[in-house]
Design a protein around this ligand. Structure first.
Ligand code: NDP
Length: 520
């Protein structure tokens, strides 16, 4: 079998990119080697406008496939992904520098599950709802709530999960009957191009899914043409996207940054808690929106917990991924992210934090940072309050659960959170006090895999959500349909001309309907 690297070289050359129209080429760097993994066109506003026109022309035919026809294409795509998983993993690894396992577990497995989930659940979430009403004026009429595709959806994605977070949002948008234009991050566009090629092979009609490669300006141009924008990325860019969407009066769904806290109570299973802390802070080199970014530990178990986590983190292998089982921690994908990580660690140590493990950038080639554990941290430090997005784990001692909850909520973000305690009931009660879109008890990040549950941020972590019924209905407009049968009266009772007797009768009827009962 060919190695991952051989796959990359062979397959990336095969990826079909749109022809450059307005701009220059963008080189895609492999962050684990510094080599160029491919190049894509930097599309400008004209090219995006043309794509949008083609997408609109193609949408009606796709909508006419119906749930069954669209589900068939998604199910084929699920099998295509499995048949081509090594090729897709190789492409993801080549542009992110993440490990084979990070690509396999958190990208391929997610997308494969998502294809099947939306193919099966999409129709249930979007089927016409026949509504019953207590409103007397509509007795005997047919009342329907219908979900209609919005038309053209723009998806703008980040660089940390080119399959899960960029392409993943296209799946429900397509299942709902929309055309989609995806603008992947300029850092990681190759996976999206490969997936679009796969979708064509699976029978998706031309122009129903197009990839607008380019930089921020390409994303901004896309917002000008779509009926709804699904954005995943930083809170800073998310605000700009929301402003542009507001100007155009189109809906926007925003999945933004996070600073997820983990709380460890003194009765927790410390081995489980330590494994979760080490894994979910370092997985994907910490470049996950719902990574564990900070930990609060009750003082009675603090030293033991720090020792357990430090041992586990010290044992991690970091470096260039060479296929399955080669390293645990891969590269820092986005060059400026390295500056943020170093800045946060330096800021913390200057303010009194101590590095227990790691704490340095590793020499190249490639961009790597040592898996790092810090103690003696507090909320004067950036590493406890700003999104670091790297392989760092600051651990803070707290007096009790109340202090932990207060500090966990002391952030503008509110994406995910976790609580570890042997008392599951108490854990749930604490989870309910956390200002986060998702809270896991004795677990972390697992909520993301549950596509039946909504995934979205509180506070500055976002607006709207992906997954669950809302995760596909947001790509539709709602239409209320009222059908009166032809056996209806020629004139309804409340109509002109107004007559004293009828008005009195109606007033009495309203009193009968709404005026009875206690007034307390
Ligand atoms: P950015 O906000 O920098 O970029 C996101 C996307 O927006 C990129 O495709 C970018 O293009 C594009 N973009 C940049 N400027 C504009 C603009 N003015 N108008 C429209 N689009 C624009 O985020 P990152 O790529 O750095 O991603 C990391 C962030 O994403 C982290 O904060 C992370 O927490 C968050 N994230 C959130 C998730 C969630 O589900 N809540 C999941 C994953 C990540 P280009 O890259 O070409 O500049």
């Amino acid at each position: 079998m060919a190695s991952v690297e051989q796959h990359v070289e062979q397959e990336i050359l095969k990826v079909q990119a749109p022809a450059p129209q307005d701009g220059q080429e963008i080189s895609v760097e492999n962050p684990a080697t510094g080599e160029i993994a491919g190049s894509v066109p930097d599309l400008g506003p004209e090219a995006v406008a043309e794509m949008a026109a083609r997408a609109r022309a193609a949408q009606a035919q796709w909508e006419a496939y119906g749930f069954e026809g669209r589900a068939r294409v998604l199910k084929r795509a699920q099998k295509w992904l499995m048949d081509n998983s090594e090729r897709v993993v190789a492409t993801i690894v080549s542009e992110t520098g993440k490990t084979y396992e990070d690509a396999q577990f958190a990208e391929i497995a997610y997308a494969a599950n998502a294809f099947g989930f939306w193919a099966k659940q999409g129709p249930d979430y979007l089927v016409d709802e026949h509504v019953k009403s207590s409103q007397i004026l509509v007795k005997g009429k047919k009342l329907v709530l219908r979900y209609r595709p919005l038309g053209l959806i723009g998806v703008i994605g980040p660089w940390n999960y080119p399959l899960t977070n960029s392409f993943g949002d296209c799946i429900p948008a397509l299942m709902a009957g929309n055309s989609v234009i995806l603008k992947p991050s300029e850092i990681t566009p190759l996976t999206s191009l490969l997936m679009a090629e796969g979708m064509r092979e699976c029978g998706l009609p031309d122009n129903v899914l197009q990839i607008a490669t380019g930089r921020g300006q390409t994303g901004a141009a896309l917002i000008e043409h779509v009926d709804m924008i699904m954005f995943t990325g930083s809170t800073r860019t998310g605000r700009k996207v929301a402003e542009e969407a507001a100007r155009r009066l189109i809906p926007a769904s925003l999945e933004l940054g996070g600073k997820d806290p983990m709380i460890v109570l003194s009765d927790a299973d410390l081995d489980r808690a330590a494994n979760f802390a080490a894994y979910y802070s370092m997985q994907n080199a910490g470049q996950t929106c719902i990574s564990i970014e900070r930990v609060y530990v009750e003082e009675g178990v603090y030293d033991e917990f720090v020792a357990k986590v430090s041992d586990k983190v010290r044992a991690l292998r970091v470096g260039k991924p060479e296929g399955p089982g080669s390293v645990e921690v891969g590269a820092i994908t986005f060059p400026p992210q390295m500056d943020t990580i170093k800045d946060h660690v330096t800021d913390a140590t200057e303010k009194g934090a101590h590095v227990v493990v790691g704490g340095h950038e590793l020499p190249g080639p490639g961009r790597f940072y040592e898996p790092t554990v810090l103690v003696d941290v507090d909320h004067s430090m950036k590493i406890m309050t700003e999104e670091t997005f790297g392989p760092t784990l600051p651990i803070m001692k707290v007096a009790d659960a109340d202090e932990a909850v207060r500090l966990a909520n002391d952030t503008p973000y509110g994406l995910g959170a976790s609580v570890f305690t042997r008392d599951a009931q108490r854990g749930e009660a604490i989870a309910r006090r956390l200002e986060a879109g998702a809270a896991n008890v004795n677990d972390a990040m697992i909520n993301y895999t549950v596509l039946e549950l909504p995934m979205g941020g509180a506070k500055a972590s976002g607006l709207g959500s992906r997954h669950g019924a809302g995760g596909i209905r947001k790509y539709c407009s709602q239409q209320a349909i009222v059908v009166t049968s032809r056996l209806a009266m020629k004139r309804e009772v409340h109509m002109f001309p107004y007559k004293r007797r009828t008005s009195r009768l109606l007033a009495g009827l309203f009193k009968l309907l709404y005026g009875r009962g206690r007034r307390d």
